[in-house]
Design a protein around this ligand. Sequence first.
Ligand code: SF4
Ligand code: SF4
Length: 68
Amino acid sequence: MAKVIINEELCKGCGLCVRACPKKIMELSKTKLNSKGYHPAEVTDMSKCIACASCARTCPDSVIEIYK
Ligand code: SF4
Ligand code: SF4
């Protein structure tokens, strides 16, 4: 199964990865805040991830790593 690692502390909550995901499984956390005050991105259902890396390529700050 694919694994998506999100470095929450580096995320600025821009939402670009949310729009980039073809499976609609990325969202900005409604509960977490990082130390900069942003809601970090998170994966809602890892079992639906196809490891396309669209989210990782889109992120301007290289916050996301994908493993297959
Ligand atoms: S790797 Fe692809 S399917 Fe998985 S979370 Fe990122 S954009 Fe979505
Ligand atoms: S694109 Fe990167 S910085 Fe923007 S919300 Fe997604 S992980 Fe965070």
